[in-house]
Write a protein that binds this ligand. Sequence first.
Ligand code: FE2
Ligand code: FE2
Length: 236
Amino acid sequence: MNEASSRRRFLSTVVLLGAGSTASDALAAAPKAESKSKPAEVNATEDLMREHGVIRRTLLVYEEIARRMGTPEEKAPVEVLTQATRLMRRFGEDYHEKTEETEVFPRLVKAGQQKELVQVLLEQHAAGRKLTASILAATSGHDALTQPQPRAAVVRQLAQFIRMYRPHAAREDTVLFPAFRKLFDEKQFKELGERFEEQEHRLLGSDGFENALKEVAQLERTLGIHDLARFTPSER
Ligand SMILES: [Fe+2]
Ligand SMILES: [Fe+2]
């Protein structure tokens, strides 16, 4: 086929796809999942990134709590704050960060990669744990957060935590995890994913991720921030 006829053929294909194709054509072209076969496994970095999703939703809960607590006439939602902070500790710090510290960071450092970034990330894990401990301490006691001073201190700590964790997780998603993934070939990476999965079950129980997700969704509902559509700006 000469260049002109191959170009004509290409253009007619484009026109055909543009004019006549439908969503069902696109679906027909997609690989068919065998009804018997298992769905594709979650890989190791996808696993860490969806954990960031739960953490980000917890940050959203933190943000709403801080907003309410910053308004003196609003009652401090102490119960929701306690639950959210405990979730951050159990899921974010004792599980997710621990996985990074034992499985991800050491491998990169050993390979001579991302050393400075790893150092900052480790310092941020430690700073976050301090904030979590301090917030949890402030929520205990029956008259917790009724006084302006401790209330303002918790609002500040929540803001510090959110401010740190958003860029922290974003840097891991876009720089650290892609570098980590490149250390493995397909087979090794698949095995690592399976190991992560086993570890999750061992540390959090068989539905560890799903339960954490349910828990954060419940906290969103309690605060009335669960409806995603409400985050869409309305046209004025
Ligand atoms: Fe981290
Ligand atoms: Fe992380």
